[in-house]
Design a protein around this ligand. Sequence first.
Ligand code: FES
Ligand code: FES
Length: 156
Amino acid sequence: MLLTINGAAREVALSDDTSLLDALRGDLGLMATRFGCGAESCGACMVLVDGKPSYACTTPIDALRGKAVTTLEGLGDAARPHPLQQAFLDEQAGQCGYCLSGILISAKALLDRTSTPTRDDIVQALDKHLCRCGAHARIIRAVQRAAARMSTSSAT
Ligand code: FES
Ligand code: FES
């Protein structure tokens, strides 16, 4: 079947009940999306489906016909980082980094909804994500930094 991933049509020859996470990592070579729990309990596998944060570990590819999936690879890369990615680097917002791809995805959805999130908005948007390194304070600062940078650059 055909999936739309990061704006490109990708053909996968997998059974319909294959999880999106397995398709991304096992078939399409998109390794940024991570496996944590496999049960919607950690947020490591978060991707955007039509702009909405969704768990790739429990989403079957059959549910994605006609929908657009965005993974962390679709946000930016080392040469052209998304402002969120740059802010996370600037704040050194992470230790092992395992949780960060999912967190960046939910933060992107938040900033797409509101350019001026409050601290509570950020905490609520990231509530589904576990960070076992306890980097939460830096992660929140990084999202605030990205929001400030993005609203400054859109005002100029
Ligand atoms: S791996 Fe999907 S929520 Fe943990
Ligand atoms: S930085 Fe290690 S789990 Fe979050």
